[in-house]
Design a protein around this ligand. Structure first.
Ligand code: ATP
Length: 363
């Protein structure tokens, strides 16, 4: 009789303790995740980590072994797929080839003919395919078919939009274009969106929140900025973007050294008590045009320079440190840009505020 109590805003959609096995294989091993209304969340992780299984459980296409699922404070875990109020888009466009675009989009609509036509036309405008009603899927490019699939998923104005690698079958240019449009569309409609991807760039560009998964568990949940700048584990640091790792030792006086030689100062409060690793991103490594002695300045040999369009990525090996290597991203506006010549030695500076210390030693 009474409506369920409203859940906290960050738990509008809630996965609690979700477990799933396939035979002896543990595909999901206790997933807890809360999602706000209107949020765009990416499930990001390597192949086989359980992303699609989690999405399919939410969609009611797979049954979980334990745990609960709720939407707006209501338990939805027991509802059949057809009563869960979502639209879904798969990697393979999954349109009916024998139906035209209008019939594909209107498939799930239970309204009169005139209203259907009006709704289909509005949805086609929304996804940037005005007037495509009478086309057949085979007459459309991959990107256009995916727009139709998106329009179909949105046709009933669902509470949830579920996307399973929707862009990964498209070529790079179409993918990037559609990615931007998808984000704008999602913001305009405010529809809560859960997208599965193994593409970290896509997740960083699209999501309000990223949940990084590994082997059936959630490794970290955060904004793209947090996941990239403050990874909670070595796995996240390596999976999202490029990571530099340097082994760190602390001597009896508390002096921190990289590779047992070079003294290095670290962000306040992060001096470890035992062996550890220092992490930084390639864009944090500054190449200096000339040597200036001081903290965190090391000498390195330029081994290779790769052209990345707006940037060069230099592969450096630290002099006197075995075969310790660093990647440095340098832009033409940076002071050290001209010094990046393979075979040359250059001073590199590691700003203390860009370094993060991980208690685990380097692999
Ligand atoms: P991908 O990006 O490759 O799809 P994923 O993270 O989405 O990876 P899932 O598809 O969720 O991974 O699969 C997780 C694990 O569960 C995989 O090892 C997969 O082989 C296994 N799995 C998924 N579905 C089944 C099934 N129906 N029967 C047996 N094993 C399954």
């Amino acid at each position: 009789i009474f409506p369920p109590p409203a859940p906290p805003a960050h738990d509008w959609l809630r996965f609690a303790g979700i477990h799933k096995r396939f035979g002896a294989f543990r595909a999901l091993d206790g997933i807890d995740l809360g999602i706000r209304k209107g949020e765009f969340v990416c499930l990001l992780g390597p192949s086989g980590c359980g992303k699609t299984t989690l999405l399919r459980i939410l969609a009611g296409l797979e049954k979980h072994d334990a745990g609960s699922l709720s939407l707006g404070g209501r338990d939805i875990g027991h509802l059949p797929a057809g009563r869960r109020d979502y639209g879904i888009v798969f990697q393979s466009y999954a349109l009916f080839p024998n139906l035209d675009v209008a019939a594909n989009i209107a498939y799930g609509l239970r309204t009169g003919r005139m209203e259907k036509a009006r709704r289909v036309s509005a949805l086609l405008d929304l996804v940037g395919l005005p007037g495509a009603e009478r086309k057949y899927p085979a007459q459309l490019s991959g990107g256009q078919q995916q727009r139709v699939a998106l329009a179909r998923a949105l046709a009933t104005s669902p509470s949830l939009l579920l996307l399973d690698e929707p862009l990964s079958a498209l070529d790079a240019q179409v993918r990037e274009h559609l990615r931007r449009e998808l984000r704008l569309l999602q913001q305009k409609l405010g529809v809560t969106t859960l997208m599965v991807t193994h593409d970290q760039e896509e997740a960083l560009a699209l999501a309000d929140t990223i949940a990084v998964m590994r082997a059936g568990r959630i490794e970290q949940v955060g904004t793209p900025e947090q996941i990239y700048r403050e990874p909670a584990s070595r796995f996240v640091a390596d999976f999202v973007g490029h990571a530099n790792w340097l082994p760190l030792q602390v001597d009896a006086q508390g002096v921190c050294r990289i590779a047992g030689a070079m003294a290095i100062s670290l962000p306040a409060g992060s001096v470890p008590t035992g062996p550890a690793s220092v992490f930084c991103r390639p864009e944090d490594v500054r190449v200096a045009p000339s040597w200036q002695s001081g903290d965190n300045t090391l000498l390195a040999l330029v081994e290779r320079v790769d052209f990345l369009g707006g940037l060069r990525r230099a592969s450096l090996s630290l002099c006197g440190a075995g075969d310790l290597r660093l990647l440095a991203d340098v832009s033409p506006n940076d002071a050290g840009f001209a010094a990046l010549v393979p075979g040359q030695r250059v001073p590199v500076f590691l700003p203390a505020d860009r370094l993060r210390v991980f208690a685990e030693p380097s692999a």
